[in-house]
Unconditional design. Structure first.
Lengths: 109, 111
């Protein structure tokens, strides 16, 4: 079954404590991307990757890092989370049509 | 830069029609449409490419006016299952897939 898997699905953390949200896809897609969703703002792209070792900034990259060492994985790293990064995060992969993960709800206190 | 969607919300009765608009201030290569039901991930509806034909999905269709840098999504004879938030996504002629989504249009279909 075609899947994009994100972990964790829910996380409450404190300001400054580094965290990583993992994303894995089983469809051999070259393209992967991270979005954050906030009320009234829709889906905003954080980073995207066109292939292994190829990443680029989206519209809201500040405070985030990514890496693409393997084709199937595209982790999102928050080095020093702040409360304004409290959001619902989606990972997506695709070739034309995007397949989204189920989302990771992150709360930073 | 995010495209602009209108209206922000629309309420319909079953069987009624609606139009959702998506516009960009920049030249577009393609327009993507997704629907997200409450508590779920967005799901792909269709892609419209520059110079391509109008696309359809069930009784949902869309058009792409390249010159006006706009796309419209048409919900025809709406069904309860059409309820959700619709997002348009746009990318630029460089086609590096920097896909930016609008803020969304919430559609509520009532019996």
């Amino acid at each position: 079954e075609a899947q994009v898997t994100q972990n964790p699905r829910y996380l409450i953390t404190v300001t400054g404590k580094k965290l990583t949200v993992t994303c894995s896809q089983n469809m051999n897609h070259e393209y992967m991307s991270w979005y954050r969703q906030d009320p009234g703002l829709g889906l905003r792209q954080i980073y995207y990757s066109m292939n292994v070792e190829v990443t680029d900034k989206g519209d809201v990259p500040e405070g985030y890092k990514v890496s693409r060492k393997e084709k199937r994985n595209f982790p999102l790293i928050l080095e020093s989370p702040s409360p304004n990064q409290t959001s619902l995060y989606f990972c997506a992969s695709g070739s034309g049509e995007l397949f989204f993960g189920e989302g990771s709800r992150l709360t930073v206190l | 830069q995010q495209p602009v969607q209108s209206p922000q919300a629309v309420i319909l009765r079953e069987g009624e029609d609606a139009v959702i608009n998506c516009s960009s201030s920049k030249a577009l290569y393609s327009v993507h449409w997704y629907r997200q039901k409450h508590g779920e991930a967005p799901v792909f509806l269709m892609i419209l490419l520059k110079g391509g034909e109008q696309k359809g999905h069930e009784k949902i269709s869309a058009s792409f006016n390249e010159k006006k840098q706009q796309s419209s999504l048409y919900l025809t004879a709406s069904q309860l299952s059409y309820s959700g938030t619709y997002f348009c996504g746009t990318d630029k002629p460089s086609n590096d897939y920097k896909l930016s989504f609008g803020a969304g249009t919430t559609v509520t279909v009532r019996a």
